[in-house]
Design a binder for this molecule. Structure first.
Ligand SMILES: [Fe+2]
Length: 281
């Protein structure tokens, strides 16, 4: 099973280091690559647009949908915080022509969870950031508990809690890089009986992190430039799911890695050494 992944297209007006002005050109190049590479499916991990207002966002989102409609393979979309700021889940679904509920794609030897958890960011005096609805947590927890084959989880927002040091957007805004409830999600993952690999967008960096025995990846944005000297990264990836996982990110911020397929076998951690040096065993 070969999956092509693109994330954080950010079509719209350039903002900070996002070269949003190049989004449609980059999508055309991605489409050409897909035509040659012939993946089984294309999956977009969200933040298709730079939001402005509802009317503008509908136009921008439609542009992105038009770009995807020329792809000759099935396309699945997940929504990110910018997609959700002015547009509802239903509006995203209408424009992109598909339901925006979490779903499972069974590929035979693998399964893929499109975890379309809420990604709206709230900015109020009492709370800023994401807030994971219990229903989204429960959907995932139930699916993980029932999983009987290797599983790829795809989401907009990462849950690993990985370092944001050096990240242009998130070093000083770590709380906006993930869900405040990410620990609960990792607890649900820790009960797995099958190999799990998790891939997200949102943080505009390629990262590979192993947390609690599970590999978490984040993929560079299609149009980000803070890691590429001002040029748009042009990042998209081939992800092959087989007896191991191979992830190859193309563009100006490339990365390739092969992950072994293993089920978590880690021993639970020791208690805190709060009473001095622990007895040597
Ligand atoms: Fe983004």
């Amino acid at each position: 099973m070969k999956v092509a992944i693109v994330t954080d297209i950010h079509h719209g007006k350039p903002s900070h280091t996002k070269r949003s002005d190049t989004a449609m050109d980059q999508m055309a190049q991605f489409e050409e690559w897909v035509r040659g590479e012939k993946p089984d499916t294309v999956i977009d991990l969200g933040n298709r647009i730079n939001d402005k207002d509802a009317a503008t966002d509908r136009v921008l989102m439609s542009d992105v949908n038009d770009a995807f409609s020329s792809f000759n393979v099935p396309v699945h979309n997940i929504s990110g915080n910018h997609d959700r700021y002015h547009l509802s889940v239903t509006e995203n679904a209408e424009i992109m022509g598909q339901p925006m509920m979490s779903e499972v794609i069974d590929t035979g030897s693998w399964q893929i969870f499109l975890w379309r958890a809420e990604t709206k960011i709230t900015w109020s005096e009492t709370h800023r950031g994401f807030d994971l609805p219990e229903s989204d947590y429960l959907w995932l927890a139930h699916q993980i508990a029932a999983a009987e084959k290797p599983t790829l989880v795809l989401s907009h927002v990462p849950v690993s809690g990985h370092s944001q040091i050096g990240n242009y957007y998130f070093q000083e805004n770590q709380d906006l890089s993930t869900y405040p409830q990410n620990f609960r999600v990792r607890q649900a993952l820790s009960l797995t009986r099958v190999p799990i690999v998790w891939l997200s967008g949102h943080v505009h960096r390629n990262t590979v992190t192993q947390i609690d025995g599970i590999f978490h990846l984040t993929q560079q944005s299609l149009t980000e430039s803070f890691t590429t000297g001002g040029e748009p990264a042009g990042a998209w990836a081939a992800l092959e799911l087989a007896s191991e996982v191979s992830w190859t990110v193309k563009g100006l911020d490339p990365l390739a890695c092969i992950l072994p397929l293993h089920t978590k076998r880690w021993v639970p951690p020791l208690q805190p050494f709060s009473h001095g040096r622990p007895q040597q065993r």
